[in-house]
Design a protein. Structure first.
Length: 141
């Protein structure tokens, strides 16, 4: 198969304010469950210094290690190069470009919460990611 007929890999960007919780969990789940079928990135409009330790612990319980992840700043280029942009509480900080698919997942912010409070947020994110992955798999490229 030459590059003209190869299926295009969808690009998904997850955005939250600090890129330390929700967007990190979503990106890790899509990376894990997508198994190379999706290009995944995450970023924040005002990134924190580190990923929330309770988020790291909750993801470890789900069998996904994000200890090496570092919050990244949201750039226009990341948005422009994405097919799907999923926002989670970043409001108007995310730039809008025509032709992109934007989703807004309304989820509690795990900042300042313990792992017990993060688990249900993690589980809701996983369900959203599984649904998104099914949609991407059924969409023609």
């Amino acid at each position: 198969m030459n590059s003209d007929t190869a299926p295009r890999i969808p690009q998904v960007l997850f955005v939250c304010v600090h890129n330390a919780g929700r967007s990190q969990m979503a990106a890790a789940f899509l990376q894990h469950l997508g198994a190379g079928r999706v290009r995944v990135r995450s970023a924040g409009s005002a990134p924190a210094d580190a990923v929330n330790p309770a988020v790291v612990a909750a993801m470890a319980e789900a069998g996904i290690d994000i200890t090496a992840n570092v919050p990244k700043v949201l750039t226009d280029e990341e948005v422009r190069s994405s097919d799907v942009v999923v926002t989670m509480g970043c409001g108007d900080a995310c730039p809008f470009y025509p032709g992109k698919r934007y989703l807004d997942w309304v989820l509690p912010d795990p900042a300042g919460r313990g792992v017990e409070a993060v688990r249900p947020i993690r589980d809701r994110i996983r369900a959203h990611v599984e649904e998104l992955l099914q949609e991407l798999a059924s969409s023609p490229r």
